[in-house]
Design a protein. Structure first.
Length: 468
């Protein structure tokens, strides 16, 4: 039998937060402010998650030249402004410095357990969470908060045949010399998302790659970082404007500013601007227009050191970089009811909750426009209200009905693809979240302020189970 040890807690509830990236530590800050006890486990030796370059946990997708595509005006936390002397689009090292400063300013570092991975999280017979750590210890929690990110489990397409040269996912890319020296090489970058465009633009600069092709299933609209001399994301349409009208006006402005993609040498998109997650680059169109980047349709087959494309053309290739996105993964779960499907479909109530587990919350599990950095900061308002009894969700049937309507609203304008299953518009989402918190407050008052998680939780949640 495992020994049971007392763990004192001031609030009577115990919360486990998985991950100390920007979603995890901003959630921790909100819970600390609300006087809620929590443990936050981070498998790395520091905070920052995806924005920690060469993170020793091996899960960061940062590359040396990476600058965030969101302007500093839109990514700042509500109660901790970005440095005034920052450029409009900061480098990843600046963003990590900002994260560390935030964590230290609010006294969060001492509440995070570093170098500790959550190996398993399972609900017990009482509905509580048994969390097993890489140390071998197991603990019991009332609430589980998942903030493990969704840009680490690389998706690599399978093609007929075999490629005999170096081939790797963009997740492994650090610079033109790491993990492979690509100077003077013929390189194919597969994909036309943001990472693909950054990497292709960098490799296409002379005298790095000898030849640079970008291969993709479809053309895309490449949006600029600036419009009318200002960061483009400062021009977001107000949330009171009907969404279709706002999108129509934005599309008209984009087409007027950019013209046709095929005029730059790109394949013609099969959709309108904003019908796909935006591919943003300040350099890609120039590299394409200069002929430094060439284009191919999708890969059909791999033939040793040659690549055959869908148009029947064949090229001698030295290196393939797959910038083909990520799977949404929770390796610590074994319950299929709380896992996405193979196409990343994972409907959640307000992108946070599932009726399958009322004491489980997902933070930052969205692809919000314009930014993910401060998205969980907004979500944490609902979580804190829930844990203090000031918010109550609707009944499961109503949650499912509302979730379906929300998905139709946020995803309805995008073409069907795994990359679009968790899209949300930041402004509309936050406006709706504020209304939902108010609705949940009325439901909580009607229920007498009792939190809707297992009634036995408070009596046993202050226990830790030490593995034998």
């Amino acid at each position: 039998m495992a020994a049971v040890q007392e763990r004192p807690g001031a609030s009577g509830l115990r919360v486990c937060i998985i991950g100390a990236g920007c979603s995890g530590f901003t959630t921790a800050k909100r819970l600390k402010d609300a006087g809620i006890d929590y443990d936050c486990f981070e498998m790395s030796d520091g905070v920052g998650g995806n924005w920690y370059f060469k993170n020793p946990n091996g899960l960061s997708a940062c590359y040396e030249s990476l600058h965030i595509d969101t302007s500093k005006w839109r990514l700042a936390f509500e109660d901790y402004p970005v440095p005034a002397d920052w450029p409009d689009f900061p480098h990843h090292r600046q963003l990590l410095q900002y994260f560390n400063a935030y964590v230290d300013h609010f006294g969060l570092r001492g509440t995070i357990t570093f170098n500790t991975r959550v190996e398993a999280a399972q609900r017990d017979g009482a509905g509580l969470w048994r969390v097993t750590l890489s140390t071998g210890e197991a603990r019991i929690y009332d609430i589980l908060v998942v903030a493990n990110g969704h840009h680490w489990d690389a998706r690599i397409p399978e093609y007929p045949g075999r490629f005999d040269g170096p081939a790797f996912h963009a997740h492994a890319y650090c610079d033109p010399f790491d993990p492979v020296d690509m100077r003077g090489k013929a390189v194919v970058v597969v994909g036309m998302g943001n990472s693909a465009m950054d990497i292709a633009s960098e490799l296409a600069q002379r005298p790095i790659a000898k030849t640079l092709w970008v291969a993709a299933r479809r053309g895309v609209w490449v949006l600029p970082k600036y419009m009318n001399g200002k960061p483009a994301d400062k021009s977001a349409m107000p949330t009171w404007m009907p969404r279709k009208l706002g999108q129509a006006l934005a599309r008209k402005a984009i087409k007027k500013a950019l013209g046709n993609m095929e005029d730059y040498g790109l394949p013609k998109p099969d959709h309108e601007p904003l019908e796909a997650h935006p591919s943003v680059s300040g350099e890609f169109l120039t590299r394409a227009g200069c002929g430094d980047i060439r284009f191919k349709p999708n890969v059909r087959a791999l033939e040793g050191r040659k690549v055959r494309f869908e148009d029947g053309s064949v090229e001698e290739v030295d290196v393939i970089v797959y910038a083909t996105g990520y799977r949404i993964s929770f390796p610590f779960f074994d319950d299929p009811a709380i896992q996405p499907d193979a196409e990343n479909r994972f409907p959640l109530y307000k992108r946070m909750m599932t009726p399958a587990a009322p004491n489980l919350f997902f933070m930052g599990l969205a692809q919000p426009l314009p930014t993910l950095v401060n998205f969980a900061e907004q979500q944490s308002k609902l979580l804190a209200a829930y844990l203090t009894g000031a918010y109550r969700p609707p009944e499961p049937a109503e949650m499912r009905k509302i979730t379906a309507a929300d998905e139709a609203f946020h995803l309805g304008g995008y073409y069907n693809a795994a990359r679009h299953t968790i899209q949300v518009d930041f402004g509309h989402y936050v406006a709706d979240l504020d209304k939902e918190i108010a609705r949940g407050a009325r439901r909580a008052r009607a229920a007498g302020g009792a939190p809707p998680f297992p009634p036995k939780a408070a009596s046993i949640s202050s226990m830790a189970v030490a593995a034998e």
